[in-house]
Write a protein that binds this ligand. Structure first.
Ligand code: UP5
Ligand code: MG
Length: 192
């Protein structure tokens, strides 16, 4: 698994900001492989024989960050397995230590997209999704804990990349199409 020529874009933003939705569109438009750290953790949680199933289950329900070695290993393996070299990494890094560890073990990010959206809008989206998602964290108690973790741990990551001039913040409190057209413009300008 060679990291020569690998392009990594981190996609950040609060719970329900639209990271997954916009990544799906970017895959279609720009040919990236989309890796959601949350999806990889949910998969690992359900994998028979996993050593981390119970830990992941607890962290997700409590809106806590899973120990980073677990998540970085899952991401690295998924990158390797894909055989690709352009990745959208969705919902990671969520804490400074994760950002630094990933840069050390995998590679630095080329670009960071940050979807910004007020909490009341996020809450409404997540509660609506919770009616059908089956996600153990789409309930009001877990949503409040996810918001808290976001403010405490994830903001510093966004500030870190903003200072490095790698992070672009996009208002995602608009329609999916409006957000997506901004994303397309930015990706076209910066990555092609
Ligand atoms: N929606 C999307 N865009 C919309 C728009 N513009 N207008 C109106 N509605 C819009 O969207 C959420 C909902 O809103 C959907 O119903 C969508 O249709 C609608 P989605 O695209 O799913 O948003 P996303 O930002 O991906 O929300 P998600 O809930 O996935 O974000 P989280 O960051 O909370 O969840 P994630 O899966 O990344 O992580 C879950 C948990 O895993 C974490 O809380 C943590 O416990 C753990 N985790 C780690 O420990 N480490 C990691 O590195 C990653 C996760
Ligand atoms: Mg998501």
């Amino acid at each position: 698994f060679s990291l020569d020529n690998t392009t990594v874009v981190f996609v950040l933003g609060g719970p329900g900001a639209g990271k997954g939705t916009q990544c799906t569109r970017m895959v279609n438009d720009f040919g990236f492989v989309h890796l959601s750290a949350g999806d990889l953790l949910r998969e690992e949680q359900n994998r028979p024989g996993s050593d981390y199933g119970e830990l992941i289950k607890w962290c997700i329900r409590e809106g806590q960050i899973v120990p980073e070695q677990v998540t970085i290993t899952l991401l690295r393996e998924a990158m390797k397995r894909s055989g690709a070299h352009k990745f959208l990494i969705d919902g990671f890094p969520r804490a400074m230590s994760q950002a630094l560890a990933f840069e050390e073990v995998v590679c630095p990010a080329r670009l960071v997209l940050n979807f910004e959206c007020p909490e009341d809008v996020l809450q409404e989206r997540l509660l609506k999704r919770g009616e059908t998602s089956g996600r153990t964290d789409d309930n009001i108690q877990s949503i409040r804990k996810r918001f808290q973790t976001f403010v405490v741990s994830c903001y510093p990551v966004i500030n870190y990349y903003t200072k490095q001039e790698k992070c672009i913040t996009i208002n995602s409190a608009r329609s999916v199409d409006e957000v997506s057209s901004d994303v397309q413009r930015i990706m076209r300008k910066l990555l092609t």
